[in-house]
Design a protein around this ligand. Structure first.
Ligand code: SAM
Length: 186
């Protein structure tokens, strides 16, 4: 697998790819790049492997913390994280997850990018007000910038062309589950 990283001009890595449907749709449209999906859940990996038969897709089963560590520094063009588990995005656990995104930063090529689509919900499952949303989105941005990323853009919502199991579920409740998309560069 590590040999493959250097045999494609571009390498895109999806962290926590779930059933891999987003990875598959991106890889289909970009046959000259390598798409690597990492997922902890063995059942979802098995589903993805059974469904996806594209030569430019690699599915890696395991923790992305362990797998990403094995990539050479400066070897990845783009990381994508769509709706990471709270352990890797939650405000209360910032000190726990920050070191992982530092590693992600180190693995990017110069000018490489990290795209994060994250969501905020209210603890009582009430609609998320504009003030709460703005405060949270600004906090998330500043936390990631403090690692060394630069901001390319921050937009409310998920990219319109993206479909994943969780995105498709969450987008049905846009007042109680508000999302932001951050585009960050090394
Ligand atoms: C909220 S789901 C989002 C899945 C997918 N991105 C989507 O949008 O449908 C988070 C995913 O991250 C996976 N995950 C959580 N921790 C992980 C880790 N340390 N390494 C790899 N995958 C992880 C979970 O198994 C789960 O599939």
């Amino acid at each position: 697998m590590l040999d493959k990283l250097s045999s494609y001009p571009k390498v895109i890595v999806e962290l926590g790819m779930g059933d891999g449907r987003l990875l598959e749709s991106l890889a289909e449209r970009d046959a000259s790049s390598l798409y690597v999906g990492i997922e902890l859940d063995k059942e979802q990996c098995a589903q993805a492997r059974a469904r996806i038969s594209l030569a430019n897709v690699e599915i890696m089963s395991g923790s992305f913390e362990a797998v990403v560590q094995t990539f050479p520094d400066g070897s990845v063009d783009r990381f994508i994280a769509v709706l990471p588990d709270p352990a890797f995005i939650d405000e209360k656990r910032e000190s726990r997850w920050k070191p992982f995104y530092k590693t992600v930063h180190a693995k990017l090529k110069p000018g490489g990018t990290l795209q994060i689509v994250a969501e905020i919900t209210d603890e009582l499952l009430q609609p998320v007000g504009d003030e709460s949303y703005a405060r949270w989105a600004a906090w998330l941005e500043s936390s990631l910038l403090s690692i060394g990323f630069t901001l390319k853009s921050r937009r409310e919502g998920a990219p319109a062309q993206y479909s994943s199991r969780c995105l498709d579920q969450f987008s049905g409740d846009p007042e109680r589950i508000r999302m932001t998309t951050l585009e960050l560069a090394k």
